[in-house]
Design a protein around this ligand. Structure first.
Ligand SMILES: *[C@@H]1O[C@H](CO)[C@@H](O)[C@H](O)[C@H]1NC(C)=O
Ligand SMILES: *[C@@H]1O[C@H](CO)[C@@H](O)[C@H](O)[C@H]1NC(C)=O
Ligand SMILES: *[C@@H]1O[C@H](CO)[C@@H](O)[C@H](O)[C@H]1NC(C)=O
Ligand SMILES: *[C@@H]1O[C@H](CO)[C@@H](O)[C@H](O)[C@H]1NC(C)=O
Length: 308
C-alpha cells in the first residue's frame, strides 16, 4: 500500500547479468502507494485453533479452490534465492489465514468464488512482485517475492491520527502480502487479527499467518466511502449515485481503485501498474477456469478522495 521502491530493478540486477532486465524494469516505475482511509475496521477474524503444520484439518473452502499444486504454480518463484521473502509465504499459512475469514472465497457460486480468490491473489502479487517484463516464466509468475518494503522513505506515521497513535521508534512501512502501511492501518488490522499493530508492527513480516491475515483484513473490510474489495468481487457492492457518476462500477478495476486509485486510476492515473495487476489477474483466472468479468481497469473511474 505504501511501497516506494522498485523490486523489479533489484531482482533484475540480481538475476540478469546483462542489463536488459534493469532497463526494462523501469516499465512501471514512477508509481507509489497512496494511503488508505483510517480505520472503521470490522475485523472478520474468528477464533481458530490449529496446531498441526499441514492443513489436514483446515476447514478452509479456499483449499478446494487453491490446491497446494496450484499455489505453487501461481507463485513459481516466491522461494527463489533472489526473493527476500523466500520460505515465508507458505501454503499452510495462507489457508490458516483464510480460515479466519470464512466469507473470503465463500460468497456466491463457483465462478464468483474463484474470481474473488484470483482477484485477491492478483492484487497481493502486484504488491509483492519481483517480476519484470522478460522475467523467467513471464512477469506474472513472480508474486510473493517481497515481504517488506526495502529502504522505506519514511516511517509512515500520520501523527495527526490520535485514534491509532504512533509508538516512538516504530515504523509502519509496507509489510506482508498487501504491504500494510501507516499507523492507522496497522492499529485496526492488529486489533482485528490479534496482535498489537502499533507496538509490534514487525510481526507482519515475521509471521506469515499474521501477514496473510492483514491482507485479508484489508480485502474484507470496507472503509467509507470505499466498499470492501470482497463486496465488489462478490456482487454485494451497491454504488451510490456519486459512485455511478464517477464510473465506480464493480469489477477488478474497482479493487485497484480501492487499493491505490489516487495514484493509478482516472484520466491522470498510471496505466503500467494497473496493467501489471490485470496481468496477474488474467493469469490466475485462466488457471482457475473462470472469466475475468467486466471493468478490468480503472482509467475511466474517478479515484476516491484522499484521506488525511
Ligand atoms: C509455514 O510457516 C509457519 C510459520 O512460520 C511454520 O510454522 C511452518 O512450519 C511453515 N510450514 C511449512 C510447510 O514450511
Ligand atoms: C465515465 O466513463 C465515460 C466513458 O468512458 C467517460 O466518458 C466519462 O468521462 C467518465 N466519467 C467520469 C466522471 O470520469
Ligand atoms: C467450478 O469451476 C471449475 C472451473 O471452471 C470446474 O472445474 C469445477 O468443476 C466447478 N465446480 C463445480 C462444483 O461446479
Ligand atoms: C496534520 O495537521 C496539521 C495541522 O492541522 C496539518 O498542517 C498537516 O498537514 C497534517 N498532516 C497530515 C499528514 O495530514
Amino acid at each position: 500500500m505504501a511501497r516506494l521502491f522498485l523490486p523489479a530493478i533489484l531482482l533484475a540486477l540480481v538475476l540478469v547479468v546483462s542489463n536488459a532486465g534493469a532497463a526494462e524494469a523501469a516499465w512501471w516505475s514512477g508509481w507509489r502507494w497512496d494511503c488508505l482511509f483510517p480505520n472503521n475496521g470490522r475485523g472478520g477474524y474468528g477464533d481458530h485453533g490449529h496446531d498441526g503444520d499441514l492443513p489436514s484439518h483446515s476447514h478452509s473452502h479456499v483449499a478446494s479452490i487453491v490446491t497446494e499444486d496450484l499455489y505453487r504454480s501461481f507463485f513459481l518463484h516466491k522461494d527463489d534465492a533472489a526473493c527476500p521473502a523466500r520460505g515465508f509465504y507458505n501454503y499452510t499459512s495462507f489457508l490458516r489465514a483464510a480460515d479466519a475469514f470464512p466469507a473470503f472465497g465463500g460468497d456466491g457460486g463457483n465462478a464468483t468464488r474463484r474470481r474473488e480468490v484470483a482477484a485477491f491473489l492478483a492484487q497481493i502479487s502486484h504488491e509483492t512482485t519481483g517480476g519484470w517484463a522478460t522475467a523467467p516464466d513471464g512477469p506474472f509468475a513472480w508474486g510473493l517475492c517481497f515481504k517488506e518494503e526495502i529502504n522505506p522513505q519514511s516511517n509512515y506515521c500520520d501523527a495527526n491520527n490520535t485514534q491509532w497513535p504512533c509508538v516512538p521508534g516504530k515504523s509502519y512501512h509496507g509489510r506482508g502480502p498487501i504491504q500494510l502501511s501507516w499507523n492507522y492501518n496497522y492499529g485496526p488490522a492488529g486489533k482485528a487479527v490479534g496482535f498489537d499493530g502499533l507496538r509490534e508492527p514487525e510481526v507482519v513480516a515475521g509471521d506469515p499467518e499474521v501477514a496473510f491475515k492483514t491482507a485479508l483484513w484489508f480485502w474484507m473490510t470496507p472503509r467509507a466511502p470505499k466498499p470492501s474489495c470482497h463486496d465488489v468481487m462478490v456482487g454485494r457492492y451497491r454504488p451510490s449515485g456519486d459512485d455511478l457518476a464517477k464510473n465506480r462500477t464493480a469489477g477488478f478495476g474497482l479493487t485497484t481503485n480501492i487499493i491505490n486509485g489516487g495514484i493509478e486510476c482516472g484520466p491522470s492515473g498510471k496505466p503500467a501498474p494497473v496493467e501489471d495487476r490485470i496481468g496477474f489477474f488474467k493469469r490466475y483466472c485462466g488457471m482457475l477456469g473462470v472469466d475475468v468479468g467486466p471493468n478490468l481497469d480503472c482509467a475511466n473511474q474517478q479515484p476516491y478522495s484522499s484521506p488525511s
